[in-house]
Design a protein around this ligand. Structure first.
Ligand code: MSP
Length: 572
């Protein structure tokens, strides 16, 4: 069996190697290669509550990855948004005494859009499942499936978890304890399931088992990481049940076009956001759709992996549409060993952290400290320790020391370097290695490893300065002229130019992770006027120490990471 995207989507070069194109390449049906867009999505978030740092975790990872691809000068599309239909949102709205649309509007305006600013996310689009563009596309898509015989009417009874918006298998349930003693509860949410019996429309998911297994086999990159892939393969091998895709007991959803007494199952509705946002079923947007679709990466938390790795490709196969390239499942932020959640009252709002440490530190911390693909925990002590050791002392202090020394010894004008020694070429080699390793990490969707690779350059530059002791070299005869200013061409000049070049590389490499500090550093090193726009510097250019113009003015600037008053972190 040949999958459509097997012929449709290929990378021009193996991960980590550079090609001459500025991005992934699609091979179209005529065999002509065309540069295409790197398209990455977050899940769309339920509007039943405000965001917590578990949600922010996905958004930040998505933003770091897409900013990195943009820094490579690729064309990028980054989509996020909100999931607004279904019983879960309806029940929340009812409990607040408002209509579901009004509730969704309020939460989007007051919480889900503002949190993107809080996190400094640079998404290209924000889709809401109540957008007309989405509802129209979904109705056309579902009508097409119906017309082509992919949907049938049937009866179903099962155990439904409203929090998951999913019928559960016996293995997904466990015995409740405490107030739920004697009842079966969902393993993810710890809340009782409800027995539902309905006459509904069904999607024949059971027919897709073999095709899906062939897909996972032929494209090991389709589900990542390997642990997620194994879980999905094991699940599909057990046999798939047909999927109830409509509900008639409530009306908060997209009406089935051929039967207005049913609304579409919220997951069928929600998954389609990834395609409706880029022009699915819209005649006027066919160019956009073929340029952007299929997605390169759907980032999802591990709790929603099966929807994305099983139901979504089956829906696309039924419709004859190209499949996304990768579904990547990341882990959970845990509190006391359990998934952080608002329902369990363990949710921390992202603003509580950014108000103390700033958005850059939030982004750095969650990218670096929680290995992408694994579970991890947040603690105030840990973020405070990393802020001080890695950001303020490791990187920020490095930048201010170099700027201060160029100011003190050369009046702020970057001098002309003298002869290079092994120490300089070794440091440049660290930069080249950092670029290569970080690029490879981004290609395997490991932002954590990418930042760790970049950090080798922060550390090596600090070691370089400690070993070269420019403050001592400045006292050697001939290094400073009679006025006390450096003449350039000496050892002191070589050391400071090398350190400044390392900082230039760091500004480029950390722009996707900590955009505000990187821009601040760029200004210190001469700014847009002297160096060009930071966003326009290709990642590959960070590998060589030849980017700072002669005599560029280095200024002291504000500290990249100001000291945090202990009390504000301690009071948390
Ligand atoms: N609306 C669905 C997704 C539909 S996508 C077509 C949904 N929404 S959600 O708001 O409940 O979760 C959105 C994302 O946040 C999921 O990827 C989920 O894994 C993630 N997280 C929610 N809590 C989390 C943690 N505690 N830790 C990490 N991510 C977590 O599911």
């Amino acid at each position: 069996m040949v999958f459509q995207n097997e012929n449709f989507m290929r990378l021009c070069s193996p991960p980590g190697e550079h090609c001459t194109h500025s991005g992934p390449t699609r091979i179209n049906m005529s065999g002509m290669a065309q540069p295409s867009c790197f398209y990455l999505t977050t899940p769309i978030y339920y509007v039943n509550d405000a965001p917590h740092i578990g949600h922010a975790y996905t958004t930040v990872a998505a933003d770091v990855l897409t900013r990195w691809h943009r820094q490579r000068q690729e064309e990028v599309w980054f989509l996020t948004g909100t999931d607004e239909h279904g019983e879960k949102v309806l029940r929340t709205a009812e409990s607040k005494g408002v209509a579901p649309q009004a509730w969704a509007d309020k939460l989007v305006a007051e919480e889900w859009l503002p949190v993107l600013d809080t996190l400094d996310a640079a998404n290209d689009d924000f889709i809401r499942t109540t957008d007309e563009r989405h509802e129209v596309a979904v109705q056309r898509f579902i009508q097409r499936l119906y017309d082509d015989g992919h949907i049938y009417k049937g009866k179903f009874e099962g155990q439904y978890c409203v929090a998951c918006e999913e019928y559960k298998l016996p293995g997904d349930l466990e015995d409740g304890t405490g107030e739920y003693e004697g009842q079966q509860v969902c393993k993810i949410h710890g809340r009782p399931v409800e027995t539902l019996s309905e006459e509904n429309y069904f999607f024949p998911l059971s027919q897709y088992g073999d095709k899906l297994l062939e897909l996972y086999e032929a494209h090991p990159e389709f589900v990542q990481p390997a642990s997620a892939r194994n879980e999905v393969i094991g699940f599909v091998k057990q046999g798939l049940r047909d999927l109830s895709i409509s509900r008639s007991s409530f009306d908060w959803g997209i009406e089935l076009p051929w039967d207005s007494s049913h609304v579409l199952y919220v997951w069928f509705d929600a998954l389609l956001n990834y395609a409706s946002a880029v022009g699915l079923e819209d005649e006027s947007k066919q160019d956009e759709f073929s340029r952007i679709w299929p997605a390169d990466v759907h980032l999802v938390g591990k709790d929603i992996l099966r929807f994305h790795a099983v139901i979504w490709p089956a829906m696309l196969l039924a419709a004859g549409l190209p499949l996304p390239k990768t579904i990547f499942a990341h882990g959970w932020l845990l509190v006391g060993g359990e998934k952080m959640s608002k329902t369990k009252l363990t949710g921390i709002h992202p603003r509580e952290i950014t108000d103390v440490f700033g958005s850059d530190a939030f982004r750095y911390y969650f990218t670096r400290a929680v290995q992408f693909g694994h579970d991890g925990s947040f603690s105030w002590e840990d973020i405070a320790a990393r802020y001080n050791a890695e950001l303020a002392n490791g990187w920020g202090n490095l930048a201010s020391r170099v700027a201060a020394m160029v100011g003190k010894y050369f009046g702020g004008a970057l001098p002309t370097p003298g002869a290079l020694t092994d120490a300089e070429t070794d440091l440049e080699a660290v930069a080249a290695r950092a670029v290569a390793d970080a690029e490879a990490a981004i290609d395997r969707i490991s932002p954590t490893d990418a930042v760790a690779a970049v950090w080798t350059l922060v550390e090596a530059t600090n070691v370089y300065l400690t070993e070269q002791e420019p403050w001592k070299v400045a006292k050697l005869p001939g290094e400073l002229d009679e006025s006390g200013a450096g003449a350039g061409g000496g050892r002191l000049a070589t050391i400071l130019v090398t350190a400044a070049e390392a900082l230039r590389s760091l500004a480029i490499l950390l722009n996707p992770v900590t955009p505000q500090a990187a821009q601040n550093l760029w200004t210190i090193l001469g700014g847009t006027e002297a160096l060009g726009e930071l966003d326009k510097q290709p990642v590959a250019d960070a590998a060589a120490f030849n980017g700072l113009p002669q005599h560029v003015t280095i200024t002291k600037g504000a500290p990249l990471f100001p000291r945090i008053e202990d009390e504000s972190a301690d009071s948390k």
